[in-house]
Design a protein around this ligand. Structure first.
Ligand SMILES: Cc1cc2nc3c(=O)[nH]c(=O)nc-3n(C[C@H](O)[C@H](O)[C@H](O)COP(=O)(O)OP(=O)(O)OC[C@H]3O[C@@H](n4cnc5c(N)ncnc54)[C@H](O)[C@@H]3O)c2cc1C
Ligand code: SF4
Length: 598
């Protein structure tokens, strides 16, 4: 449909952004019968046609290695976007390593879900009430029980493999929800053996990848018992998804739809309802309000014509990714909202969080000279280590308050760019026959361990509008302020020590520097790409932006469905929670429409 036709239609809801949060909002609202318009800043993208699943690294420039334009390699699914988006800068209050926030942005239909790692962990009971547990940070106004049914529904819809282990603060899904996990690989079994001795649990990972086809006969009925339209479009969508064949890099996207992407799992069934229109290349600048202070639409730049346009709807849902959502709110100034929309509390932009990250690698002699075998599997883990020291932490035995889980990798997947898949230091300048022998010996004997830990929100980590700079669309840009506290730094140092212990327990040699100084171990703010917070929910309009339904306290027809409403950032990767929360918020929006409150 030509863009101008959209302007004549009347919409119930307008959604900004098509990633995890926006895609889920489009799916839930359109299947509930609302007329929905979705505006997406990036270009249209069809993973089924565009995913370079089977291309070989050798056929790409630089053997597929990363470049500033393609930070995750030539074949990565991100077609536009990265740490820098041309013409769309952001600024830093400080350039010191520990004070920077590196901002990774997607600019394409489906956002970051086209290439995310698919690690899908539930937050646990403690994670919703961290302040009550240790006096630090803030409690969420909702509890695990409020979100548990939506975790179940989201996992059933997108397909998540894993097991229920009954471990502390690592919630089980309801029976029959999870798909069976793939078998552990050799290096994963060896790591488990070492961890067993150290008392670290190693359990099947939870990834949004179909280890078998979804039960399209029964799941849609369970998800939507009273909604035939939702059942039908969901059933067709599920039928079109194949099971994983464990052989291609998931970060390139998945043309057989075995892994979760908004563009393969959420947007197609939403479009099939006939209730959703999408405008791509539409860069939203601000949300507008009427005289009574209700949101009535958005102003956006049509990136193809560079013209400013207006789109209206009865409710506005912003899901542009956490910091970008705050940027839109802060840029939405009016007489009624001089400090930015929904910002009476002054909290918009505040309490920005990422995940604490630190990692080291090692070489394991027991994995040398393995017979040639295929252990590609999922691109991320088949096993992982959930946090295990809850009791010790509560007793005060550790010098940091919150936990981390361990993600790890290794094995013999197809080498990409770099000297023989990391073997450079071990081949000692050999060439010819000796080099071949060294490759056969060492290939597949390397492992790495990465911690993903909870960051406690603090007053020094936030974003604001930089008054001195606009992007190429004339939109004021964000300036980031960032600071880790000792809690995160001590946690990062603990990660290094733990990983060194595991590598040694595997009989291996640590190949990285093990830092005892957390400031040297920790990865830059933003680098883990788990940006959340900046418009938190709460129980009190004085210190929060949203009520427990992610509805603005001040603008009742404005909702946020990305990571912006997060009150804390548990060590659990955020996207499953973003989607479960978005579903819950959209059920509430539908209910508000039914009650004629919107
Ligand atoms: C390499 C990588 C690996 C990751 N691995 C994991 C993982 O394993 N597990 C996990 O939980 N999370 C992971 N993440 C994080 C995950 O991708 C994000 O948490 C999730 O995508 C956030 O969803 P979102 O909807 O908030 O944002 P996005 O998915 O980024 O979607 C936002 C959308 O809004 C659009 N947009 C932005 N600004 C505007 C505007 N002004 N107007 C209109 N549209 C706009 C963007 O173009 C984008 O399409 C990973 C991320 C990356 C990059
Ligand atoms: S490994 Fe499986 S989920 Fe990943 S891209 Fe290949 S088929 Fe898709």
């Amino acid at each position: 449909m030509p863009n101008d036709d959209f302007e004549k239609k009347e919409y119930d809801a307008l959604i900004v952004g098509s990633g995890a949060g926006g895609g889920m909002a489009a799916y839930v609202l359109a299947t509930a019968g609302l007329k929905v318009l979705l505006l997406e800043a990036g270009r249209s993208y069809d993973p089924v046609k565009e995913t370079p699943m089977f291309n070989l690294p050798k056929d790409a420039p630089l053997r597929g290695g990363s470049t500033p334009e393609k930070p995750f390699g030539f074949y990565d699914a991100t077609v536009d976007g990265g740490w820098q988006v041309p013409g769309e800068p952001y600024t830093q209050a400080s350039n010191d390593r520990g004070r920077r926030f590196d901002w990774w942005r997607a600019r394409m239909l489906g956002g970051r879900t086209n290439h995310w790692g698919r690690i899908s962990l539930r937050m646990g009971k403690y994670d919703f009430k961290p302040h009550s547990r240790d006096g630090l940070g803030f409690d969420w106004p909702i509890s695990y029980e409020d979100l548990a049914p939506y975790y179940d529904k989201t996992e059933m819809l997108i397909g998540v493999y894993g097991t229920n282990e009954g471990l502390e603060n690592t919630p089980d899904s309801s029976d029959g929800v999870l798909l069976p996990p793939p078998k552990p690989r050799a290096y994963e079994l060896l790591a488990k053996k070492a961890c067993d001795k150290l008392g670290i649990p190693v359990i099947p990972s939870h990834l949004a990848i179909l280890s078998e086809r979804l039960d399209h006969e029964n799941i849609p009925q369970k998800l939507f018992p009273d909604n035939k339209l939702a059942q039908e479009v969901t059933q067709e969508s599920m039928k079109s998804r194949a099971a994983c064949f464990w052989a291609t890099p998931c970060g390139r996207g998945c043309s057989i739809k075995a892994n979760f992407q908004s563009t393969t799992v959420l947007l197609p069934p939403a479009l099939a309802t006939g209730n959703l229109d999408i405008i791509t290349d539409a860069m939203v600048r601000e949300v507008t309000v009427d005289k009574s202070g209700n949101a009535n639409g958005v102003v956006y730049i049509d990136k193809n014509t560079r013209q400013e346009k207006f789109a209206s709807a009865r409710a506005v849902v912003v899901a542009a990714s956490a910091a970008e959502t705050s940027r839109i709110l802060l840029n939405s100034k009016s007489t009624l909202f001089p400090d930015g929309l929904a910002n009476g509390s002054g909290v918009v932009g505040k309490y920005l969080m990422d995940t604490v990250g630190a990692g080291i690698g090692g070489q394991i002699p027991a994995l040398e000279n393995m017979p040639a075998h295929n252990e590609d599997g999922a691109s991320a883990m088949h096993m992982y280590m959930p946090w295990w020291l809850y009791k010790e932490q509560l007793r005060g035995d550790l010098d940091f308050a919150r936990g981390y889980h361990i993600e790890f990798g290794g094995g013999r997947s197809m080498p990409g760019a770099g000297a023989f898949g990391g073997m450079g230091d071990f081949t000692s300048g050999a060439y010819g026959k000796d080099l071949k022998e060294a490759c056969r010996r060492y290939y597949g004997s390397f492992v790495w361990f990465d911690g993903r830990g909870e960051m406690i929100p603090n007053e020094d980590s936030y974003c604001e509008i930089d008054k001195n700079q606009v992007d190429q669309w004339g939109i004021p840009v964000l300036k980031f302020h960032w600071k880790w506290s000792d809690q995160e730094l001590n946690q990062a140092a603990h990660m290094h020590k733990t990983f060194a212990g595991i590598i040694e327990g595997m009989g291996g040699k640590v190949t990285s520097t093990v830092q005892t100084d957390g400031a040297k171990a920790i990865i830059n703010g933003g680098a883990i790409i788990h940006e959340v917070g900046t418009a938190r929910m709460g129980s009190n309009p004085k210190d929060s932006v949203l009520n427990p339904y992610c509805q603005s306290w001040e603008v009742p027809n404005l909702f946020l469905t990305d990571g912006a409403p997060f009150v804390s950032n548990a060590d659990k990767n955020p996207t499953l929670t973003i989607m479960a929360l978005a579903w819950r918020t959209c059920d509430y929006i539908v209910d508000q429409f039914k009650k004629r409150n919107i």
